[in-house]
Ligand binder design. Sequence first.
Ligand SMILES: [Zn+2]
Length: 146
Amino acid sequence: MLVEIIPVGESKIAVWGKDSSGQWWHFAYGVEDGRRGRAEHRKCAGCGEKFLRRVSKGQHGRGIYCSRICSNRATKPMRGRTGKDSPNWKGGKHVRKRDGYVTLHTKDRNGKTLWQLEHRLVMEKHLGRKLLPDETVHHKNGKQIG
Ligand SMILES: [Zn+2]
């Protein structure tokens, strides 16, 4: 006899159920169908959340994550990360959506974060000094920006 039932998703096709002994079961086609497989509560190796998992042979060691998201995060750590955590982090380069110009993540003397236009920084490096506010940099294509 089941003491607790958790429908899976909206379809309610699959159901998790716990019997009075505390054993969890997984019903793939609903409780009425009667076909059940043992299930257990596990702790997600990714986020640490408790989740239910069907116990099936030949899958030992698998299914240690509560969701695909946690699994992906753990097995493909390069994905979905931004900023400094990202493998693409190259000191903070960012293409400005508004106009397509590349901005660089830099810090000013006070350690304040600044996004500066790359072509201006390149020019400053080239000149060996800071650009004046009224100085503009001409792009290769001749378009005036700055
Ligand atoms: Zn998780």
